[in-house]
Design a protein around this ligand. Structure first.
Ligand code: ZN
Length: 201
């Protein structure tokens, strides 16, 4: 399986990192070795500025390429919550030099994933989600603020890359990204329900 991540998909987050608001989706990938299903995350020593990015995640349930937006909803059944961990110091250096972001985004365990829920139980254009660290809200988002909807993302990405069953799409993070430290306890909520827990060690 592969993980596709969408960057700059919430206007307020694009602004906080001083990025332009994109006119077409920005995406990058993480390998399967970045997926973390355990609750313990070990802070890597190659970064001094590891950032949390809480994101809604689409799980692909049917293979396809060149998927039209109007049919995209048939390619996923479940939505979950994940974190796109980013070594912001390494990413900023790469961006300055116009180099790829992989080192800062695709490292082992950089994609914690929580549980999933059937999309039929949600209003897809109004999914509230939140990240708390040590009980305090750090990021709050809602799918209504997505620049590119789930269906638009699937249509766009599948022009270039065949989507397969089990692939995950991290759909972008809202504003409020920030540093995590050893000892932090992260908890992600979807529609008020706990979906993801992580202890930073
Ligand atoms: Zn992200």
């Amino acid at each position: 399986m592969k993980i596709i991540c969408i960057g700059r998909n919430y206007a307020e987050h694009a602004k906080e990192l001083k990025n332009e608001i994109p006119t077409e989706p920005v995406f990058f990938m993480k390998p399967d070795t970045s997926l973390l299903k355990e609750e313990d995350f070990y802070l890597p020593d190659f970064t001094k500025d590891l950032h949390h990015e809480i994101e809604l995640v689409i799980k692909i349930s049917k293979a396809g390429k060149h998927i039209q937006e109007q049919f995209a909803h048939k390619y996923y059944e479940e939505i979950g919550l994940g974190i796109d961990f980013t070594a912001r110091d390494l990413q900023s250096k790469a961006k300055e030099k116009g180099l790829p972001w992989e080192k800062s985004k695709a490292f082992d365990n950089s994609a914690p994933i929580g549980k999933f829920i059937s999309k039929d139980k949600l209003q897809l254009n109004n999914i509230a989600f939140e990240l708390k660290i040590n009980g305090q809200t750090k990021q709050k988002g809602n799918s209504k603020d997505l620049i590119f909807s789930f269906d638009k993302i699937i249509a766009y990405v599948s022009q270039f890359i065949t989507l397969k069953v089990g692939d995950l799409i991290y759909t972008g993070t809202p504003e409020g990204v920030g540093q995590v430290q050893i000892g932090d306890k992260l908890e992600g909520f979807l529609q008020g329900e706990s979906f993801l827990k992580l202890n930073v060690k």
